[in-house]
Design a protein around this ligand. Structure first.
Ligand SMILES: [Ca+2]
Ligand SMILES: [Ca+2]
Ligand SMILES: [Cu+2]
Length: 320
């Protein structure tokens, strides 16, 4: 691929990620990351850090946007749901405070009425002292609305992963091959036994202000950890994306219908989220790596999921 000269910086606080061919995924970790396969992506501009509470507040002030978590779900969309669940609410991490079965995530995730981006832990909590923390409790419709307002787009999984790797093709982490080189913490993750003992060695139990940890090779902060980040790809297995013969160019993810979880009665389609969060811990979820990926239902907001945006060459208009 010919190196492309970037357009001038479209918005403040964005950095240019040169396009190229890189190894996406990993054969050495969780099965959903395999097989590692070559992918080619055009260059693009990306936000230096996840969208913060202050930035999201400005969007809400200007547009009057009401997030998904602030609205009661429509019973028609959730056949058989208990009525007490059909209230404005969001999914919040709560430390169980006793030993629990790690096989059941309901031991630490609670659906909390009144939890939303302004009240990340539920009623009584606030973001007043957290203007520079990443916004959380945003569902897919919310991040899409923000991006449209900002004249930006959400990255594809391939764009996000290329940016996260910071030019270190094939490395385990966004900064090299060691989790904490020389004892230094490079991202906001979880140290200690999840979900009860947070040793806080990296300085933060929950979210951290953006930019507290060193940037990667492209100057990007918090790609790994702090909060998971939405991408625009419908979730599909990497086997379905990898082709033996050639590197896909600007892949756009899977098919909406096939992204649904067969065990989900509401059959909500799912996007890919990337980067891991402040809850990723060695004993439970080692997804503080560029290759890591999880499926996330589009209607679901949580206390550890946020986003950042990109602008593609030629002014941000996607070709789909
Ligand atoms: Ca931490
Ligand atoms: Ca992140
Ligand atoms: Cu994790």
């Amino acid at each position: 691929m010919q190196p492309v000269e970037p357009d001038p910086q479209p918005r403040p606080d964005m950095v240019w990620v040169p396009g190229g061919t890189f190894l996406m995924g990993s054969d050495h970790h969780y099965p959903e990351e395999a097989p590692a396969h070559q992918v080619t992506v055009d260059g693009f501009w990306i936000d230096r850090h996840p969208v913060t509470n202050a930035e999201f507040a400005r969007f809400v002030r200007k547009t009057g946007h009401v997030t998904v978590a602030e609205q009661a779900p429509d019973p028609a969309d959730y056949p058989g749901a208990r009525p007490e669940l059909l209230v404005p609410a969001s999914t919040v991490f709560q430390r169980p405070g006793r030993p629990v079965d790690l096989g059941d995530h309901y031991n630490w995730w609670s659906y909390v009425p009144g939890a939303d981006w302004r009240h990340p832990q539920g009623p009584g909590s606030s973001v007043r002292k957290k203007p520079d923390h990443p916004v959380v409790h945003v569902a897919w419709a919310d991040v899409q609305a923000y991006a449209a307002w900002a004249g930006k787009e959400l990255p594809t999984e391939a764009e996000w992963e290329l940016a996260c790797r910071g030019g270190l093709d094939g490395a385990e982490f966004a900064w090299g091959d060691e989790l904490n080189p020389g004892g230094r913490w490079m991202a906001n993750t979880w140290q200690g036994e999840f979900p009860n003992d947070n040793l806080e060695l990296d300085g933060y139990v929950g979210t951290a202000p953006v930019g507290r940890y060193p940037p990667n090779g492209y100057g990007l902060h918090d790609m790994i950890g702090n909060v998971w980040e939405w991408t625009s790809d419908w979730y599909q297995a990497h086997e379905d994306a990898a082709h033996g013969c050639c590197a896909p160019v600007n892949p756009r993810g899977g098919n909406q219908d096939q992204s649904r979880d067969p065990r989900d009665v509401a059959a909500i389609p799912r996007k890919v989220m990337k980067g891991g969060s402040h809850l990723c811990a060695p004993n439970y979820c080692r997804r503080y790596r560029p290759a890591a990926r999880m499926a996330q239902a589009v209607d679901t907001a949580t206390s550890h999921l946020g986003f950042r945006c990109i602008v593609r060459q030629g002014g941000g208009g996607g070709d789909d």
